[in-house]
Design a protein around this ligand. Structure first.
Ligand code: SF4
Ligand code: SF4
Length: 273
């Protein structure tokens, strides 16, 4: 083999998958280094738009450079073109040297990024976990709760959240396990005081609240009326506003607490207060 090229960001960071996969620069550069090692006389090219070998992985990039791998910066506006006439041919504009290159190839490798597993959206719906725009499971807060989800008790780690390298996935797995331990190590769970309460005398078992609760906290019990699982309830109040039988109230936000406040406010507005 004489000429090989590895194209980074294939189908990533533009078009449908407009995010960085974090590991493809690494795996592409690693493959280039392996190729150069096995075929020392070959020309090995890495085409990158923006090379992201994070942290200590910068060493891998430098080592590949030292071994003779050639790195060519391309632009998403002037994508490299591949054609076949009496052999594979690559045309690319080197953005740093501002020159057009034509390279005959024996091998072209597309370094693709990570995409959500097929069916991940269905699983997310079942677990009532929101997904990001890329289709990955969304964490509750990127800095303050990076392995939590908005559905309490469900923690995420690894590629389900977004593509990442093994070291990051292992660290996140440890964090998710530690968060899960804070629940399963207790004999009893404390729940928040602001949870919904359903009056079984009024409930007509119409299922409206069961369908609407974003956290799956309401189910029909053995008495054929709706009942809140207060460990799951997050106190959003959706069920209370939608129940056609007015059977649901949110503790600490009950009608006889809220309505006098609204009435008093309206009275003050009316009196110019
Ligand atoms: S919406 Fe109201 S009436 Fe319907 S099941 Fe829920 S509590 Fe019962
Ligand atoms: S208050 Fe919100 S989370 Fe709690 S049961 Fe009602 S809809 Fe579900």
């Amino acid at each position: 083999m004489e000429n090989a090229a590895i194209l980074l960001c294939a189908e990533m960071r533009w078009g449908k998958n407009d995010y960085c996969s974090r590991y493809c620069c690494l795996s592409g550069t690693k493959s280039a280094r392996e190729l150069q090692e096995r075929f020392p006389d070959a020309n090995v090219y890495v085409l990158y738009e923006n090379l992201r070998t994070l942290g200590v992985h910068e060493d891998l990039y430098k080592e590949a450079q030292r071994m003779g791998v050639r790195f060519i910066k391309y632009s998403f506006d002037e994508m490299p073109k591949v054609s076949y006439t009496n052999g594979l041919k690559l045309n690319v504009k080197d953005q740093l040297l501002n020159i057009d290159l034509e390279i005959p190839l024996d091998m072209l490798v597309l370094s693709e990024g990570g995409v959500p597993t097929e069916g991940a959206d269905e699983l997310a719906k079942k677990l009532r976990v929101p997904c990001s725009s890329g289709g990955f499971f969304q964490e509750a807060h990127v800095k303050l709760a990076p392995v939590d989800t908005s559905n309490e008790g469900i923690y995420i780690a690894g590629g389900v959240q977004y593509p990442k390298d093994v070291a990051d996935a292992v660290a996140q797995g440890s964090a998710a396990a530690a968060r899960a331990l804070t629940i399963i190590s207790r004999d009893a769970l404390e729940v928040g005081g602001i949870v919904s309460h359903i009056d079984p005398e009024l409930c007509a078992a119409c299922l409206t609240c069961v369908r609407l609760c974003p956290y799956g906290a309401i189910a029909i019990n053995e008495d054929d009326v709706a009942e809140t699982n207060i460990a799951k309830c997050r106190g959003c109040g959706i069920c209370a506003t939608e129940c056609p039988a007015k059977a649901i109230e949110l503790r600490h936000f009950e009608d006889d607490q809220i309505i006098p406040m609204v009435e008093q406010y309206l009275l003050e507005v009316k009196n110019g207060g």
